[in-house]
Design a protein around this ligand. Structure first.
Ligand SMILES: Nc1ncnc2c1ncn2[C@@H]1O[C@H](COP(=O)(O)OP(=O)(O)O)[C@@H](O)[C@H]1O
Ligand SMILES: [Mg+2]
Length: 338
């Protein structure tokens, strides 16, 4: 575990994986770390590009740099965060690999007070979060989660995908007023859906990479608020508690039941947090004496996440269109013979 100074008063803490040995003090290393984290779920044999799900999430109290880390700062190109770096690397890899045909779709979901909102709906001129289409969770008989009303947008290159990120972030900002700082009180999940197939092959590999900017992890008692803010804080605390419960359950050996269903966020991340994927956590800390308690609790959470042992599963299926074509072909042959 190493603390990396990104800005004089802000630090980002990277824990686990390769980052430990690469982390050094200074801005250059901050960029190196961001690039390392952003490309981590894409660089290995078992990775999003080869059909395994992944999640990168930022956890920490409000003001500690989660959004800056995940999306980036607007002022300088070098301030771009994990999402643009991941997209850039990913489309570069697609271009290099001529053995497969890749298709990419993007979705961007905001969860506020346990309600989901689609940040990428082009039909809406949103002036507040509630104007955006509401996203609800449906579970099918095989216990697969489906998100009703969450739009998926095809992105053919880095530029198109960055435009979608920009659209989503604009909707995020519009929905936020000084009275309703929704973005620090909501969870945002930017998801890259990748499918790949070798030309002529009937097998499709599908994977998802969730890039998650969580709501601030500070506790209600400290914020000293009432009314709506208190309601929001309770929801945040509750959903982060549920996330923690899932993390604890995942880290326990031989644990049969993982309580994903308790909150919308853990339901959405269900197939991308546990055994099926590669999970990276970025813990952000505000190094001020007053924040010591929060910082310790963030580090404790990071420690728990580091205990999860994942066994990634390949998401591979036969193209359903080819299967029905084959069925029809067989039927005709049977009929011809009969
Ligand atoms: N590494 C950094 N370098 C420069 N500015 C930063 C850095 N991290 C955070 N900031 C700034 O600090 C403020 C709070 O960061 P933000 O990412 O919004 O925190 P959070 O999302 O955790 O609430 C923002 O104005 C952001 O631009
Ligand atoms: Mg934020």
């Amino acid at each position: 575990m190493k603390i990396v100074n990104v800005k004089e008063v802000e630090v980002s803490l990277c824990c686990g994986g390769k980052m430990r040995s690469e982390a050094q003090f200074g801005i250059e290393s901050a960029v190196l770390i961001l690039d390392t984290i952003a490309t981590f779920p894409l660089r290995h044999e078992v990775c999003v590009l080869s059909g395994y799900n992944g999640t990168i999430f930022a956890y920490g109290q409000t003001g500690s740099g989660k959004t800056f880390t995940v999306t980036g700062g607007a002022e300088r190109y070098s301030d771009r965060g994990i999402i643009p770096r991941t997209l850039s690397y990913m489309f570069g890899e697609f271009q290099k690999d001529s053995s497969k045909v890749y298709t990419t779709h993007i979705s961007y979901l905001e969860i506020y007070n346990e309600c989901g909102y689609d940040l990428l709906d082009p039909r809406h001129d949103a002036s507040k979060l509630e104007d955006l289409p509401k996203v609800t969770i449906m579970e099918d008989t095989d216990q697969h989660i489906h998100l009703k009303n969450l739009s998926l947008h095809q992105a053919n290159n880095e530029e198109e995908s960055l435009n979608l990120l920009f659209l989503g972030d604009t909707n995020r900002m519009i929905a936020e007023t000084p009275m309703n700082q929704a973005s620090t009180r909501s969870h945002c999940i930017f998801t890259i859906h990748v499918s790949s197939r070798e030309p002529g092959s009937a097998t499709i590999r599908r994977s998802k990479l969730h890039l998650v900017d969580l709501a601030g992890s500070e506790r209600v008692t400290k914020t000293g608020v009432g009314g709506q803010l208190l309601t929001e804080a309770k929801y945040i605390n509750l959903s982060l508690t549920y996330l923690e419960q899932v993390i604890i359950a995942l880290a326990e050996k031989n644990r049969a039941h993982i309580p994903y269903r308790n909150s919308m966020m853990t339901s959405v991340l269900r197939d991308s947090l546990g055994g099926n994927c590669m999970t990276t956590m970025v813990a952000t800390l505000s190094v001020d004496k007053r924040n010591l308690e929060e910082s310790i609790s963030t580090c404790r959470f990071a420690q728990r996440v580091a205990l999860i042992k994942n066994e990634a599963i390949l998401n591979e299926e036969i193209d359903p269109r080819l299967v029905s074509k084959l069925d029809a072909h067989l039927l005709t042959r049977v009929k011809d013979q009969g």
